[in-house]
Write a protein that binds this ligand. Structure first.
Ligand code: SF4
Length: 260
């Protein structure tokens, strides 16, 4: 079994052509989840649609028409030149999915395909993410809203710099407030750093709910998970493998959603 590296950003996303068709093979073995987590639930028999929340959110200061306001945010991003990535992007990549979903997934940064299409997580990593969400009965367009820490592609898919993440952070915080999801997944070490300021430790911290504090995170639960690009490079579905662990994490996410 490959040994997980300390970081799991999407830098080498492209590679695998033996990308498994879906989530890890089911197992009855218990999860090794630790702080604050509940025992893994059995996989749901079938996808269960999560209804949209009412457009008038109960969250403080959240506008009543999230689609329209996210469009305004997208326009602001498109005009943004706060950092040098504006000079190399093809287009900004703001988000996709259901703006009223109860699950928000935040990744690192757009890659080449995302930059070309203007949508996050549409390459191989995104396709794997969609299949893994589907393995726990979640549809990425219906049951989640997906975005990245930064909205423009870093050249050569390098990791965003701290300055770039800081420059783009106001957009991310506005996006978190607008979507107003109670559950947030942080996909990969860069998302963990960009949202919570925690550097390193994704292997140890994944699968654990953390209570959000300050800057629009208050009242939300956040869970770091491995980035799907990392899972493309570690395709084993064996018990204890990164992919198997992520499946346990997503089952826990599903369980939480079912309890909301
Ligand atoms: S990455 Fe963010 S801050 Fe930098 S130019 Fe793009 S939208 Fe602006």
């Amino acid at each position: 079994m490959p040994q997980p590296p300390a970081a799991d950003g999407p830098a080498a996303a492209s590679s695998s052509s033996s990308d498994p068709a879906d989530g890890p093979a089911p197992s009855t073995a218990p999860s090794n989840r630790s702080v604050g987590a509940q025992p893994a639930a059995s996989p749901p028999a079938a996808a269960e649609p999560f209804p949209r929340r009412p457009s008038s959110s109960s969250g403080g200061g959240v506008p009543s028409h999230p689609d329209q306001t996210l469009a305004t945010l997208a326009a602001a991003c498109a005009a943004c030149h706060r950092c040098a990535l504006a000079t190399t992007r093809q287009q900004v990549v703001v988000g996709r999915g259901n703006p009223a979903a109860r699950l928000l997934l935040i990744g690192e940064a757009p890659g080449a395909q995302e930059d070309a299409q203007g949508l996050p997580f549409v390459g191989k990593a995104g396709q794997l993410l969609d299949r893994m969400l589907a393995s726990v009965g979640l549809d990425s367009e219906r049951d989640a809203y997906i975005c990245n820490v930064i909205k423009c592609r870093p050249p050569d898919n390098r990791k965003p710099t701290p300055a770039e993440m800081a420059a783009c952070r106001p957009f991310l915080l506005q996006q978190i407030a607008l979507v107003d999801a109670p559950l947030i997944l942080l996909a990969g070490a860069t998302a963990l750093e960009g949202v919570l300021g925690i550097r390193g430790g994704i292997t140890k911290l994944r699968g654990q709910w953390r209570e959000g504090q300050g800057e629009g995170l208050e009242g939300r639960l956040l869970m770091p998970i491995f980035h799907p690009s990392y899972l493309l490079r570690n395709a084993s579905k064996e018990q204890g493998s990164p992919k198997w662990l992520t499946w346990q994490d997503l089952k826990e996410v599903r369980r939480r959603l079912d309890g909301l």
